[in-house]
Design a protein around this ligand. Structure first.
Ligand SMILES: *[C@@H]1O[C@H](CO)[C@@H](O)[C@H](O)[C@H]1NC(C)=O
Ligand SMILES: *[C@@H]1O[C@H](CO)[C@@H](O)[C@H](O)[C@H]1NC(C)=O
Ligand SMILES: *[C@@H]1O[C@H](CO)[C@@H](O)[C@H](O)[C@H]1NC(C)=O
Length: 355
């Protein structure tokens, strides 16, 4: 009798554990990045039509994507639950504060996701969206919360000389130091532009110390630049005021060799994630370098370790529903919104919650 009462209590109480989950104590010590994608009918967190300022290349539904199952997955860590997203709590917590994303268009993807997540929950809140050169600032006026995107694909500086553009592997933050220092949360990112060659390569020469090169092994250059970044951050960011993150390498699904279960030459017509055990292959080379650099720092930079969980989402890229007919015919690098970057932001919020 006592046993069955206990059993009934367990059955009744278990569903309520979800209510208390996602709290600071539970998140401490939880590996947020080890988990799985679960179908959740309450997702997505917003509808892109509620996000009037969304960049059209992320608005896959508006661009005619016919399937919508990809919108319905929630990231579930194995040993804890992510905090339930609350725009109200977030805006209260960051009143009078600034959150800055520094990086390439993958940072744009995540910044845009967060602005949509927050604004769709309080659609009547007044906001200001300003764009000055490479910096976009989205401010929730009532709470004075600013979400800033600083476009900076390589993090280190590029000098424009009469004879060409010089990528300076040892120089950083020529223009951005003040912006970075005045923030409460900094989320850096850099990788994809290190791979570009030809017309899309953003430099003509590379300098390392006093040596000038025409080009360099891209992984070597990437590590040198990250070391420059790490030293600057160590010396110039006040870690008692600012929490520093690095967005892990965002995987693409253009190329079959990065993804065992997948053997096309595009991500078109993919409508389901890859389920099953974690990806068996080795980590991406850039991932190894990034972790090595972050691990060598004397101050604690948090890795938003989104690589593997995103590798499962071959279904979540814009493919042909990004920029139809424009320069990217098949976009397997960015992510549809709503979508995977919303989960990155739920993870960021979990990291910020556990302190
Ligand atoms: C988003 O909202 C629009 C307009 O209300 C609606 O037509 C569309 O079906 C919604 N999309 C999803 C995926 O729910
Ligand atoms: C708004 O927040 C910024 C920091 O992001 C701060 O410098 C400024 O003083 C705040 N404005 C008001 C009116 O509190
Ligand atoms: C990030 O996740 C990968 C699995 O994809 C794991 O091997 C690695 O140790 C994690 N890195 C950190 C710093 O936790």
């Amino acid at each position: 009798m006592a046993a069955s009462v206990a059993l009934i209590l367990v059955v009744i109480l278990v569903p309520f554990i979800g209510v208390v989950n996602g709290k600071k104590e539970e998140l401490e010590g939880c590996d947020l990045y080890n988990g799985r994608w679960l179908y959740d009918s309450s997702y997505p967190l917003y509808n892109s039509s509620q996000c009037s300022f969304i960049e059209f290349e992320f608005d896959c539904q508006q661009n005619g994507r016919p399937d919508d199952l990809y919108l319905k997955y929630r990231w579930k860590p194995n040993s804890c639950d992510l905090p339930r997203f609350s725009a109200r709590k977030f805006l209260e917590k960051y009143r009078n504060k600034r959150i800055i994303f520094v990086g390439d268009s993958i940072s744009l993807n995540q910044w845009q996701s967060l602005t949509c997540m927050l604004h769709s929950r309080s659609p009547h809140s007044e906001y200001l969206l300003e764009r000055v050169q490479g910096v976009s600032t989205f401010t929730f006026l009532k709470q004075n919360v600013s979400l800033i995107l600083s476009r900076n694909a390589l993090l280190v500086d590029i000098a424009h000389k009469s004879w060409g553009r010089v990528l300076k592997l040892n120089a950083i933050a020529d223009n951005d130091a003040e912006l970075w220092q005045g923030s409460h949360v900094l989320v850096f990112n850099s990788w994809h532009w290190w791979l570009h060659r030809g017309r899309k390569q953003p430099w003509d020469f590379v300098t390392d110390g006093d040596r000038l090169y025409k080009d360099m092994d891209r992984l070597v250059a990437y590590e040198k630049a990250l070391l420059t970044w790490a030293q600057w951050v160590n010396e110039n960011i006040d870690f008692t005021k600012t929490k520093v993150f690095f967005q892990g390498i965002s995987p693409t699904h253009m190329n079959a060799k990065f993804w065992g279960n997948y053997d096309g030459d595009s991500c078109g017509e993919e409508t389901r994630p890859v389920f099953g055990p974690p990806h068996p292959r080795k980590r991406l080379p850039a991932q190894v370098i990034l972790e090595r650099v972050i691990g060598s720092m004397s101050k604690r930079v948090h890795l938003l370790n989104i690589t593997r969980l995103s590798q499962h989402r071959k279904d979540a890229h814009p493919s042909v529903y990004g920029i139809p007919g424009r320069h990217i015919g098949m976009d397997c690098s960015h992510w549809c919104l709503p979508g995977v970057p919303d989960a990155w932001n739920e993870l960021l919020i979990a990291e910020l919650t556990r302190g």
